[in-house]
Design a binder for this molecule. Structure first.
Ligand code: NCD
Ligand code: ZN
Length: 364
């Protein structure tokens, strides 16, 4: 049996939400060898302030972090909460937040482009402005949900273009041009265009990739309308999946790293739509290992293990400039299962169960 002894890893894009389920989501992350996380700010209310008590309209990074720590995140050795970029964000907040150490990253959401993204401000309004200039000056990372917002049906998703490909070909180059020193994470990338952009960009531009985008294509989503696979950006075509798989396996690559985008929803399908987000708490390393194998990696070889470890454990901390964990966890080539549980605020179905996928790896 192949057993990998890996440094505990960091999920550099995940959703812990708010309320009574938070402790369960964090526990699932700890159980899968996570040493830390970057917890997304699209909570209710959004994390759109740096310090101060929670109010009806906003959480501060300080207060949200405290709540997560109390719910079990104190067992992590790293917890990053980015600031949700809204109309209230100012250059002064960036400077003060960076000086206090609380602000390491800001998150761009395309308005109305995904779950709880209605507070987002269109990218065109940020480019060249004081907030991005302050981020550049203070080394604050820009986390980007890279999809063009407000496109109509065929422009949003079609054989020749998607909201993501439009964003990476038309908008991202403008950000680099206007802000050449800005550290950027292209989050949960799904397309060949995004891979090409990141590979050609300077070393302070990196990207996260989710398990589902390495494992599946839009065909898997549509065949049987498997709504547990519905997330944003939506899974794409075979050429896109192949580009992602090549990118993570490239010898010595340092730009692509784990960020699961694990996004629990207690109600997925409604009468008039479907909540976007796949839950991969408890099973992400297993899914990533399966994806690497499907991509042709031999995880019993040192070359395969090196590529896997770079992606899962080392590239992310290097990008965010913190020391990786010195503790380890085991990932074994033996079957395991995820079970949907009745959580305090309702059940959440993990991706393998929602896709009838047998996990071929387990956490030791
Ligand atoms: C995320 C969520 O549910 O918060 N959903 C998703 O499909 N990925 C939001 C996001 O990261 O886009
Ligand atoms: Zn997300």
């Amino acid at each position: 049996m192949t057993t990998l002894t890996l440094p505990r890893w960091y999920d550099l894009h995940t959703h812990f939400r708010q309320g009574a389920n938070v402790a369960e989501y964090i526990a699932d992350h700890l159980a899968m060898g996570c040493a830390g996380a970057l917890a997304m700010p699209n909570t209710k209310p959004p994390v759109s302030a740096i310090v101060g008590p929670k109010t009806e309209s906003s959480w501060s990074i300080e207060a949200y972090r405290e709540d997560l720590l109390e719910a079990g995140a104190d067992a992590f050795d790293r917890l990053i909460v980015p600031l949700y970029l809204t109309r209230d964000t100012t250059p002064e907040m960036i400077a003060q937040g960076a000086a206090s150490g609380l602000l390491e990253a800001c998150k761009y959401y395309p308005p109305h482009g995904t779950t709880n993204s209605e507070h987002g401000v269109p990218m065109g309004e940020w480019i060249g402005g004081g907030v991005f200039r302050a981020m550049e000056e203070h080394g604050v990372v820009l986390c980007i949900h890279g999809e063009q917002h407000a496109l109509t049906g065929s422009a949003y998703f079609d054989e020749n273009q998607t909201a993501e490909s439009v964003f990476y070909t038309e908008v991202l180059p403008r950000i680099l041009e206007a802000h050449p020193r800005l550290r950027i994470v292209c989050e949960h990338i799904t397309t060949q265009e995004a891979v090409d952009f990141v590979e050609a960009a300077p070393s302070h531009v990196g990207a996260t990739i989710t398990p589902q985008h390495l494992l599946y294509t839009v065909g898997h989503l549509i065949q049987g309308l498997r709504y547990h696979l519905y997330c944003l950006p939506v899974v794409k075509f075979e050429t896109d999946r192949a580009a992602l798989r090549d990118a993570v396996r490239k010898v010595g690559q340092s730009k692509f790293f784990a960020g699961t985008d694990s996004a629990p929803h207690t109600t997925k399908a409604t009468e008039c739509g479907c909540a976007a987000g796949c839950y991969t708490g408890g099973c992400a390393p297993q899914l990533y290992a399966m994806a690497f194998e499907e991509a042709g990696a031999d995880l019993s070889s040192s070359e395969g293990q090196d590529a896997f470890q770079r992606f899962l454990c080392s590239n992310g901390p290097a990008f965010y400039e913190f020391t990786p964990s010195s503790e380890t966890f085991l990932l074994e080539k033996s079957p395991s299962r995820t079970e949907s549980r009745d959580l305090p605020e309702g059940p959440v179905v993990a991706l393998p169960e929602g896709m009838d996928l047998e996990l071929t790896w387990s956490i030791g």
